[in-house]
Design a protein. Structure first.
Ligand code: GLP
Length: 272
């Protein structure tokens, strides 16, 4: 299903020379949000792409330049059947990389319990909790080689709630890199849905490396279509994309249309 481009809202695309600059710029955006709203509700993902941002965030927190202590952190995905103490848990990954080093109380974090006895009810609880928090201020997401984000794979409708989702073969393949060889990547995961994501006040999409170039070009230059979940992010009120030179190499008109822009202005809806 294709959607009229007139429905799109505000999208900024920033192209950085390299991954280090991508991470530094992403840190600027996250810190900008936290400075405006220290108790911001921030959804984070995992993977290689955001790891530079998280390293920079840890350093900034430890140097006292920013604080996550009062922020409400959400982990947007988890594998089905995986406990948070399992070494391959995505929430566990975020806990090690961000929450513990940045002194975020674990009790204030929101995550999808992969081992919940009723995963559908767990996803409903997650969405309700997001509602109770007053929605999400900032979503940090990354794009997959097939255009997915989170575990929202091609074909996901834009109003999809958080739910149990089947993982595409390419997602399982790329995630296998994080799994010990003897363990198979699950075929399903619990994921924050598009409805909650697209309602966020601010979305930051990161893309690094040439493997992501075709998906990013489809997401930004192609039609808004649920076959490319990343393209649906253009329906959000405020989308900022930060891509390194490699990931941006297939973007149309990049010389004239895109450029490095500062996008750390006031957060819509915060009144600041
Ligand atoms: C996590 C995310 C996926 C992402 C994957 C690989 O599992 N939930 O959305 O595709 O990591 O991410 P990256 O390509 O950044 O390593």
């Amino acid at each position: 299903m294709s959607v009229d481009a007139a429905e799109t809202r505000q999208t900024h695309v920033a192209i950085t020379l390299d991954y280090q600059r991508l991470s530094a710029f992403a840190l600027e955006v996250v810190c900008g949000v936290l400075r405006q709203k220290p108790d911001a509700v921030i959804s984070l993902t995992t993977g290689r792409t955001p790891s530079g941002l998280y390293r920079a965030l840890r350093q900034a927190c430890q140097a006292g330049q920013v604080s996550l202590a009062t922020a409400r952190i959400i982990c947007s995905e988890e594998y089905t059947g995986v406990t948070i103490d399992d070494p391959i848990s995505l929430f566990g990954w975020l806990r090690r990389d961000v929450l513990t080093p940045c002194d975020v109380p674990l009790t204030s974090a929101l995550y999808l319990a992969g081992d919940a006895p009723d995963p559908d009810a767990e996803c409903r609880r997650f969405d309700e909790q997001i509602g109770r928090l007053g929605g999400i201020d900032l979503v940090v997401q990354t794009i997959g080689v097939n255009g997915h984000f989170g575990f929202n794979e091609p074909g996901t409708p834009r109003d999809a709630p958080s739910r149990v989702a089947e993982l595409a073969p390419s997602t399982r393949e790329s995630n296998a890199a994080y799994w010990p060889e003897q363990r198979r990547v699950p075929t399903t995961g619990l994921t924050m849905g598009l409805r909650a994501t697209l309602s966020a006040r601010y979305i930051l999409l990161l893309a690094a490396g040439c493997a992501k170039a075709p998906a990013l070009a489809q997401a930004l230059d192609g039609p808004i279509d649920d076959q490319v979940p990343g393209s649906l992010l253009r329906l959000a009120p405020h989308l900022t994309v930060i891509a390194d030179a490699e990931a941006s190499q297939e973007l149309r008109l990049r010389e004239t249309v895109y450029g490095l822009r500062k996008c750390t202005g006031p957060l819509p809806g915060t009144g600041t």
